[in-house]
Design a protein around this ligand. Structure first.
Ligand SMILES: Nc1ncnc2c1ncn2[C@@H]1O[C@H](COP(=O)(O)OP(=O)(O)OP(=O)(O)O)[C@@H](O)[C@H]1O
Length: 617
């Protein structure tokens, strides 16, 4: 807390001390008043002092309590902000993303975000602490008063009773907090199911698949399983009974001697009053249910946030400038790679050359490792074996941020940011302002131009129906926007363009238009295209087939067809449905395949034709 807000922490400490002083005064003032009332003759002065002290205690409490709560709330907000910032900083610090595949790190990030069922933000811990500390201090002051007004050993006996039984209950909380904060598999699952049922992404499928009662059942099963675990952590009823007996015995051991001394006249009424009030005040040393519970659950996020905040930056980032690279080529040299915790090697001894200024298409079965190749190329993971080089320099030695400025990627699972079109484009090169001219240029090439005219706020429309005046785009429109984003990066100097399944969401016309613009898009760039569609693959100068973690075939379309290998087989399989088109289909294909009048690039954009079997055919 002092690290986050030193001044507020100090004020809170002082307020707590003042309140504690007030609660210490209470038994003394009462004792004084009772002595003045019962003495002979009655002391008016004593009564006045006693009443003034009591009034002071009351006023202190009434004034200080809300101020303390307010200060604690402000300090808590500061702590929430700091915890969130540390989590964000730490999670983003590593230049690579392999830490996010580590279940331990993922767990800590989850805890640091204080998500899950029953989790509280750290601010609640500050509020609970600000309530608990005065309680404990009051308990200690009461112990001193009991020792003073009664016998020296009395606070020791009572204190031992409260502390021992409090520890038992404390342990119970410790055990169940981790379960309650959603750290058990069941409660995490329950939290996920709740999220699934109450947020937009799965809403369509849940209704379509009639998953409602399945979800409700699963949620309650997971929730109750989690709760059963929670209950298992509880102190047994026998231990509870023992705690009650122990406390009873401790109180009897104190109260009986007090009563005995009072009846014998060796203990004054004033001392008896103070001792009895102090005895009650010592309750504050015992278990204080909600406050302790909240303190434990809400503070659980803090150590996790500190650990996430201290995440190492991963492999020592390279420092060499990557400006204007590649000029010669990008090479994968004997590259081996397995995802962290993933076990099996996705890439194994893989060699590949991407000549600068040309385009390469990567083809392969699902799960063959095509997207993994693009992630290694962007430096998001480092290979376990071998190396990726750019103009002969190890990629690991290049400044990661500088290299990423050279690389524009549209991932297969590109992100649909619920911000404006302008922002969505601007993320391609965050340092640059997005001018109208930029927007017009990149959206024309990306195929998004014109969509903005349909949007209520034009380029500045928030792209989410959950915002006022916001709107949702179609899958294909999002894909065109993602391509425009990458092209904005290119406009700002990126020299490598990676497109992972760039036409997956596009309609036939849009796909065709993209092919027509491909030469313009890729002019002067080193382009890597990942696709299952031969029409896309054939746009590239060279084609590489990934199989068994390696490149099994490499060459132009014609060379690979001539080689009669896997590529040729895949090509035949994909083109089979078109092999015998009906007359109408034939004419449709002819229209599509006919060289465009617009420009030479459309020649390359012709869909594959199995009968011709050749790119240029
Ligand atoms: N983050 C990850 N952690 C662990 N394994 C992963 C991760 N991402 C991918 N994999 C695994 O790596 C393998 C290759 O995945 P990759 O996405 O590169 O395949 P792909 O060739 O692009 O497939 P597709 O054609 O289906 O897009 C798959 O077996 C996949 O399960």
């Amino acid at each position: 807390m002092p690290r986050v807000a030193r001044g507020l922490t100090l004020v809170l400490g002082l307020l707590i001390l003042a309140q504690t002083a007030g609660s210490a005064l209470l038994p003394l003032a009462t004792g004084h008043l009772v002595a003045a009332l019962t003495g002979t003759p009655k002391s008016v002065d004593g009564m006045t002092v006693g009443l003034v002290l009591l009034g002071l205690v009351l006023v202190l409490d009434v004034v200080l309590d809300p101020v303390r709560t307010m200060v604690a709330a402000r300090l808590g907000t500061a702590l929430d902000g700091d915890t969130a910032q540390r989590t964000v900083d730490g999670a983003l610090r590593p230049a690579q993303i392999d830490h996010l595949d580590d279940p331990g790190v993922a767990d800590r990030i989850e805890q640091a975000r204080a998500v899950g069922l029953g989790a509280h933000p750290p601010s609640q811990a500050v509020i609970a602490l600000a309530g608990l500390v005065p309680l404990r201090l009051t308990g200690l002051v009461s112990a001193v008063l009991l020792g003073w007004a009664g016998q020296w050993w009395m606070p020791l006996v009572l204190g031992a009773g409260w502390v021992v039984t409090g520890r038992w209950q404390e342990k119970e909380i410790g055990r169940s907090v981790s379960a309650h904060a959603g750290h058990t598999a069941q409660l995490r699952r329950a939290a996920y199911l709740r999220e699934l049922a109450t947020t937009a992404p799965a809403a369509k499928e849940i209704r379509l698949f009639g998953m409602r009662s399945w979800l409700v059942d699963r949620f309650s099963t997971a929730w109750w399983d989690g709760m059963v675990q929670l209950r298992r952590g509880r102190v047994s009823p026998r231990l509870h009974a023992l705690a009650v007996l122990l406390l009873l015995a401790a109180h009897l051991a104190v109260v009986l001697p007090l009563a005995y001394s009072a009846t014998r006249g060796s203990l004054s009424v004033q001392h008896l009053t103070v001792a009895l009030q102090a005895l009650l005040g010592m309750f504050a040393l015992g278990f204080s249910g909600d406050l302790q519970w909240t303190l434990h659950t809400a503070s659980a996020a803090v150590p996790a946030a500190l650990r996430v905040g201290d995440l190492e930056s991963g492999a020592t980032p390279g420092r060499r400038a990557a400006t204007d690279l590649p000029r010669r080529d990008i090479r994968f040299e004997k590259v081996g790679f397995a995802y962290p915790g993933g076990g099996t090697r996705v890439l194994d001894d893989l060699d590949l050359v991407v000549p600068a200024g040309s385009s390469l298409a990567i083809l392969g079965d699902n799960g063959a490792g095509k997207s993994t190749l693009t992630k290694l190329l962007a430096g998001l993971y480092l290979p376990d074996a071998g190396r990726v080089t750019v103009d002969g320099q190890d990629l690991a030695g290049l400044d990661p941020a500088d290299w990423r400025r050279q690389v524009a990627v549209v991932f297969q699972d590109f992100v649909r940011y619920p911000f404006s079109v302008r922002d969505n484009v601007g993320f391609g090169h965050i340092e640059a302002d997005v001018t109208e001219e930029d927007l017009a240029a990149v959206t024309r090439l990306g195929g998004f131009a014109g969509v903005e005219r349909e949007l209520p706020g034009g380029w500045d429309t928030p792209l989410s129906g959950t915002y006022t005046d916001g709107t949702e785009l179609s899958g294909g429109q999002w894909q065109r926007l993602a391509l425009s984003r990458a092209l904005f990066a290119v406009r700002n100097g990126a020299r490598v363009l990676v497109l992972d399944e760039p036409t997956a969401h596009l309609d036939v016309e849009a796909e065709h238009e993209l092919y027509a613009r491909f030469l313009e898009i890729s002019a002067g760039l080193t382009t890597v295209l990942v696709s299952h569609r031969f029409a896309t693959v054939r746009l590239a100068d060279r084609i590489a087939v990934v199989d068994g973690g390696r490149i099994s075939e490499y060459g132009t379309h014609d060379e690979l067809i001539a080689a009669q290998g896997r590529y040729a087989r895949m090509f035949r399989v994909q083109s089979a449905p078109f092999a015998q088109p009906s007359t109408t289909e034939q004419s449709a294909l002819c229209v599509r395949s006919a060289p465009s009048e617009r420009s030479a690039p459309s020649e390359r954009s012709a869909p594959f034709d199995a009968r011709q079997g050749s790119h240029h055919g």
